[in-house]
Design a binder for this molecule. Structure first.
Ligand SMILES: Cc1cc2nc3c(=O)[nH]c(=O)nc-3n(C[C@H](O)[C@H](O)[C@H](O)COP(=O)(O)OP(=O)(O)OC[C@H]3O[C@@H](n4cnc5c(N)ncnc54)[C@H](O)[C@@H]3O)c2cc1C
Length: 288
């Protein structure tokens, strides 16, 4: 398997600025994120504190970011990263489509979900999963609930429904995909995942649905679930001045490292992380 110098998780200003700087430094890397780059950009009507661009809209900034990537031939892979696993001197990175290897990782995932669902953490790996593509075969002939935070999540629900007997789809946001016949749409919001040792049911505001498994398909996964062993305080990844986390070779930048949640701070941290990655890789190379 090809081992990249770095894998960047996240396509907001932090991840993109990291990508631009790694490209300038001639490092090999993959950039994972969303087609819209960052939903926050799309929804920001007017930005007044982005130096050099007073009054710019989020959509215009998004357009310029895209142009910047294109001008430097930086491809964006629209894959959801589900797990970053430290393997000693490299990282194994599992997405909803494939597994990759990199010597370093930059986490630029934005803010993680404000709240986990009750029962989620306790039943993680015991019926609760974040990667439908990876784990759907476990539910062949069974009943599964899929909670989707994005349009793509409905596609994953369709994939699960190819194998499962029955799928309940609970969309948290609007979606435009057509669902397969064996998927029942549930519009009542999810409230709790029930089960003593294994998932047994999904409780919504209005009903309790018996299920064998639950897939939670968010745009962003809590850092502690994404990277086993990473140090997190109050939901934010702990970093030093070089954006290095407690795991050697694993860096973080942007909103995922704390407040204030601001565009220029995110971009500045992305640049700092990329330069620190470069120094880290050069030091490792000189030690060999
Ligand atoms: C309505 C609104 C208005 C705002 N206005 C301003 C303003 O005027 N000025 C200002 O400075 N800031 C403003 N902000 C804040 C600013 O948008 C954020 O601080 C900034 O976008 C953070 O950048 P980031 O790169 O850290 O994360 P984000 O912009 O959140 O980007 C992270 C991206 O990574 C993706 N991602 C996360 N996890 C994964 C994964 N596991 N696999 C693949 N992709 C993943 C996410 O889906 C997302 O696309 C505003 C925010 C909002 C919501």
């Amino acid at each position: 398997m090809n081992r990249y110098d770095c894998i960047i998780v996240g396509s907001g200003p932090a991840g993109l600025e990291a990508a631009v700087n790694l490209s300038i430094r001639g490092k090999s890397f993959l950039l994972f994120g969303n087609e819209n780059l960052s939903i926050k950009l799309e929804t920001a009507p007017r930005i007044d504190n982005y130096l050099g661009f007073p009054g710019i809209s989020g959509r215009e900034l998004q357009r310029r970011y895209r142009e910047h990537l294109a001008s430097m031939n930086i491809p964006l892979r629209t894959e959801q990263v589900n797990l970053v696993y430290p393997m000693g001197d490299y990282f194994s990175v599992a997405t909803n489509k494939n597994t990759y290897e990199a010597s370093t990782v930059i986490l630029a995932t934005g803010t993680s979900p404000a709240k986990l669902l009750p029962g989620e953490e306790r039943l993680l790996g015991r019926g609760v999963g974040y990667c439908a593509t990876c784990d759907a075969p476990l539910y062949r002939g069974k009943t599964v609930a899929v909670v989707g935070w994005s349009n793509e999540a409905a596609l994953e629900a369709n994939f699960v429904a190819e194998l499962a007997k029955k799928v309940y789809y609970l969309p948290v946001r609007k979606f435009s995909q057509t669902l397969r016949d064996n998927i029942q749409l549930i519009t009542s919001p999810p409230v709790e995942i029930l089960g003593e040792h294994q998932v047994e049911a999904m409780r919504t505001k209005t009903e309790t649905i018996p299920v064998d498994g639950v897939f939670l398909l968010r745009d962003s996964i809590a850092p502690s679930a994404l990277v086993p062993g990473i140090q997190v305080e109050n939901g934010y990844i702990v970093v030093d001045a070089d954006m290095q986390t407690n795991l050697p070779g694993c860096f973080a930048a942007g909103d995922c490292t704390g407040k204030p949640h601001q565009l220029m701070r995110a971009a500045g941290q992305g640049q700092t992380a990329a330069l620190a990655v470069t120094r880290y890789l050069d030091r490792k190379a000189s030690e060999q």
